[in-house]
Design a protein around this ligand. Structure first.
Ligand code: SAM
Length: 306
């Protein structure tokens, strides 16, 4: 019997061959980014960065890493998101720990963070020497992406001491992940976490309310792409019309938002008119404008007393 020559196919444990075989397996299984997925999974199995994997096609890979890589490729072939397999997702320049207890943070949510940071900085600039901390809340924090990225960005701007950040979620499991991310980015002492429906009862006077709550239309849940079905339903299902959960938070704004406060809600690209209509109906006399994302699509609703 003749052993396959090294590098001649699926028996090879050279980086380039493993990538080629893995990418082919993922292409057949329907991944839209088979080569990238294979590179990320092999880098994770080997314990190095993706560039090292791409740059060293001839490098041999150890038996344990090959086994781990093959298991990871099969998980991905069954549609599990790469982020859950690796346990990591990059968001706003930070690495977040993620697993199936939380939504994988999306790049479009970085817009919400940027608007939040800009709002904090604008308000601090206008306050002069008032040292009362500014109260900011991230409602539906999930992995902690928004609250932790906001805190990290404000620390870089020397503004973290000026804010008091609360992060809430109705899922205890999600809060465990958010707390772990706050610890790994050294902002745990700057964020108060609360297990609650939207906002803790009796809270008030938030200057900035940030929220990326579920907004997928209930009747669209059955048509989600297969990787999305691995994510918590609680993080996605926005009820009939998609704005039911956001609508309940809107109803609470008059009692929780400071007089000159602002609420920033992430919305779906097709929900710009819907949110403007909802605010007009539920909060007559308030203002609602819609900010677009980098692709020019509606992404964040800005709501305030007019
Ligand atoms: C779309 S995910 C967003 C997670 C994170 N903020 C992000 O941007 O990646 C929505 C989050 O809201 C939480 N959630 C859903 N309904 C909620 C409610 N009534 N009160 C508080 N959190 C809620 C879910 O558990 C989930 O973590």
């Amino acid at each position: 019997m003749t052993e396959p020559a090294e590098g001649s196919g699926s028996g090879s444990t050279r980086t380039g061959d493993l990538l080629r075989d893995g990418a082919e397996r993922l292409r057949i299984s329907g991944s839209e980014t088979p080569r990238l997925d294979a590179e990320l999974l092999l880098a994770h199995a080997v314990g190095v960065g993706r560039t090292a994997i791409v740059a060293h096609a001839d490098a041999p890979v150890g038996a344990d890493a090959v086994r781990a890589y093959r298991v990871a490729v099969e998980r991905r072939a069954a549609a599990e998101p790469v982020a859950y397999i690796r346990g990591i997702k990059e968001f706003h320049g930070l690495a977040f720990f993620v697993d199936s207890r939380v939504l994988i943070p999306r790049p479009e949510t970085e817009r919400l963070v940027e608007l939040g940071v800009a709002e904090v900085m604008r308000r601090l600039g206008a306050r002069g020497s008032v040292f009362e901390p500014m109260r900011v809340v991230d409602v539906g924090t999930g992995s902690g992406a928004v609250a932790v990225a906001l805190a990290a960005a404000l620390r870089r701007l020397n503004a973290l001491e000026a804010v008091e950040i609360t992060a809430t979620d109705i899922s205890d499991d999600a809060l465990d992940v958010a707390k772990a991310n706050a610890v790994s980015h050294a902002v745990a002492d700057r964020i108060a976490f609360a297990l609650t429906d939207l906002l803790p009862p009796g809270t008030a006077d938030f200057e900035i309310v940030l929220a990326n709550l579920p907004y997928v239309r209930g009747d669209a849940m059955a048509q989600l792409p297969p990787p999305t079905t691995f994510e918590p339903t609680l993080a996605l299902d926005g009820g009939p019309g998609g704005l039911a959960v956001i609508g309940r938070l809107v109803d609470r704004l008059p009692s929780v938002l400071a007089v000159d406060g602002v609420a920033l809600f992430e919305i779906g690209a097709d929900q710009g008119d819907g949110i403007v209509g909802l605010i007009g109906e539920r909060l007559p006399g308030w203002s609602c404008s819609v900010e677009t994302d980098l692709t020019g699509l509606p992404r964040v609703a800005r709501v305030a007393r007019a």
